[in-house]
Structures are given as C-alpha cells and as structure tokens.
Design a protein around this ligand. Structure first.
Ligand code: KG4
Ligand code: ZN
Length: 343
C-alpha cells in the first residue's frame, strides 16, 4: 500500500479527544489531546452525554491544529483512522462520524480501529527494538487482559479480569479515599506518603493457577478499611500504599506467569495504568532478575491518544489492503480476538 502514507488518527472512546498525524516513513508528525478530566471531575466520573458533546466541540479545532503542526493540509491525507470501539457509544459516534464524513469529502478510506489494539501496539511507536511475538498486559480503566501478540492482528487472550479492571480498582479505591477522578494517578501520588506494612490487603486470584484477575474483592477490602479507621491524612496514605501494592503485585505475578507459560521474553505494558511508577519499578526489578525485557509506551502514549490509533492503522495497512467504507458502525463492546485477520 505504497500510497497510504499520511494518516490522520482520531480517538474519542471515552474522556479524551486525541488527534494525530502519522507518516508511514517519517513517523509521528504531530499530535494533540484535549482531556475532559476537569469537566467530569465534579461528577466523580465520566458523564457520557457530556463527553460526547465535548468531543464535538474539540475535534475539528484539534484536527486543524495538528494539520498545521504537521505542515500539511487535509488534502494531503491518504486515510483517516478512528476508534471504532470499545468505548462509550455516543463518544465513539462523534469520532466515527467526523472521520467518515471527512474521509468521504476527501475521497480517502476511513478505517475503524480497535481501541485496545491501539494501546497494545503503542510501545512500537517509540521503541523499534520490540519484536513480535510478545506478551501484552493491557491495563486500562475498562480492561485488564494478558494477550499473546504474534503479529499485527494476531492476538490470543491468555487471561482477563472476571470483574473490575485494574484501573477501575484504582479509581474506586481512590473515590473511597476521597480523591478526585480519575483516581489512579491521585492514589499513586498519595501512596508516596504511605508507610509499608501498616495494612495488608488481599491479592485476589494471585495463585489461582490461571492468568485471570479479579479486583472487586479488593475494593470491598478497601471499603472495610475506610470504615474501620479514622481517615486522617497518614491513614489515607497508608491505605493508598496498601491498595497500590496489592494491585501491582497481582499484575506483576500474572505477567511473570504469562511469560513463563508461553516461554516468551518480552513484555509490553499498555493502557493508562501502565503510567503507574510503582508497577514500572516492580516489573523492571522482576525483569532484571528473571532475564526478560519490559517495554512501556512513552508516558504521553500510555493513556488514550490519537497517535496510537493512527499508528495502528499504518501497521494494519502494511498487513492488509483496506477498503474505504463510510458506513460507520461503532462497537461499544468489541472482543479484540475478533480482529485476528490471520485466520
Ligand atoms: O487507557 P486509559 O487512558 O483509558 C481507558 O481506556 O480506560 O486508562 C485510564 C485508567 C484510569 O483508570 C486511570 O485511573 C488509570 O488508567 N491510571 C493510573 C495512572 N494513570 C492513569 N492508574 C494508576 N497509576 C497511574 N499513574
Ligand atoms: Zn484506553
């Protein structure tokens, strides 16, 4: 697909409007993000209708900004990639309708990308030493999955959460500690003041013998702790410390088990929770002990962004020819394994 060089990527699955322009040979030319965190903050979580309306407001100015920064005009684009799912349906529809109508007007293909495929390939954006096959730990606000990745579009699910996602466990525990949404980074910050050893929280399914996770019991244990103690600043920090430690230990143990089970030696951490410094420290320590390599996307590409969507589209276009189709059909729920286009 020699002609498919310049791709606009659009992300609008949740509370971040992300736009980027990626060149197949020159790499990422420009990217911009508007986060709705401040807007949703006062409600303690994402309000889907507000998210959709804000995506509508932000998307076109961001596209203009990114095109200016990349030094190109829309007529130079060869394709437009957008997040087709999973995510909030209204929010997805904004990105899909803008991408498809713009692509139609420019007579170029519109390509629907799986949000998690974007996350899972994002470490390749900044590190060309990563090679297939590898294990990917996808840890976001909505997902916790261990995948075996044999190539672009060749994904095998090894294990996943049976209830809450790791990000959700961070966010819900943070809420119980009176922290702002999104709670993950806030809880991590508070945990820095926490003392080890005062509280010990359960490590759900750590030794279950499979690669599945469960985090809802942890949230209940945090709730119990918050009811049993006076929540002074130090106690909140100690609970935050114990919560982060429990989540990180389970994620680390299961990732190591996935590497062992498959015999692979590269681990990719993708999704918003991948920004967690304690998780990174634990995995780095395990990697140097056990002799595997661990890859993280640059911090700005760990959370939702348009660059990963444009990049995933570039990789897919190198693998298979894709027809332009302007009938958009968002997929709020979408199994990553359905993407396997090797079969
Ligand atoms: O991938 P992402 O940006 O959006 C989803 O697709 O969900 O992930 C957002 C999640 C939220 O749950 C947020 O609290 C969590 O990632 N997160 C963190 C950190 N930064 C973001 N969790 C723990 N520590 C962090 N530093
Ligand atoms: Zn995400």
């Amino acid at each position: 697909m020699a002609t498919m060089k310049l791709i606009l990527g659009i992300e609008s699955s949740c509370d971040e409007t992300g736009v980027a322009i990626y060149h197949a040979e020159r790499g990422l030319l420009a990217h911009a993000l508007h986060t709705q965190v401040a807007m949703h903050n006062e409600y303690g979580g994402v309000v889907p209708e507000l998210a959709s309306r804000d995506h509508i407001r932000r998307m076109l100015p961001l596209i203009r900004l990114v095109a200016d920064e990349a030094g190109c005009c829309l007529q130079d684009l060869n394709a437009i990639a957008y997040t087709q799912g999973p995510g909030l349906s209204g929010a997805l529809l904004v990105g899909a309708s803008i991408a498809c109508s713009l692509a139609y007007s420019l007579n170029i293909p519109a390509i629907g990308i799986h949000h998690l495929e974007g996350h899972l390939l994002s470490p390749l954006l900044s590190d060309s030493t990563l090679k297939f096959p590898f294990i990917a730990l996808l840890v976001s606000g909505g997902h916790t999955q261990l995948m075996r990745v044999d190539g672009v579009g060749k994904y095998t699910l090894l294990g996943e959460t049976l209830d809450d996602a790791a990000g959700e466990a961070f966010d819900k525990s943070a809420k119980l500690l009176g922290l702002c949404y999104p709670g993950g980074p806030e809880l991590a910050k508070l945990a820095n003041q926490g003392r080890p050893g005062r509280f010990h929280l359960p490590r759900p399914m750590q030794h279950s013998g499979n690669l599945d996770f469960s985090f809802s019991g942890l949230k209940t244990a945090v709730l119990t702790l918050t009811r049993q103690h006076t929540l002074d600043e130090q106690t909140r920090a100690d609970i935050a410390y114990a919560t982060q430690e429990a989540i990180v230990e389970v994620l680390t143990t299961k990732s190591l088990a996935a590497l062992k089970q498959t015999g692979l030696s590269q681990l990719v951490i993708a999704g918003g929770v991948g920004a967690n410094q304690h998780l990174r420290a634990q995995l780095n320590e395990a990697a140097s002990k056990s002799g595997f390599r661990v890859f993280y996307p640059d911090l700005e590409f760990c959370t939702d962004n348009g660059a990963m969507i444009a990049f995933a589209a570039v990789l897919r276009l190198q693998e298979q020819e894709m027809e332009g189709d302007y009938r958009f059909n968002v997929r709020p729920r979408w199994d990553l394994q359905q993407l396997n286009y090797s079969e």
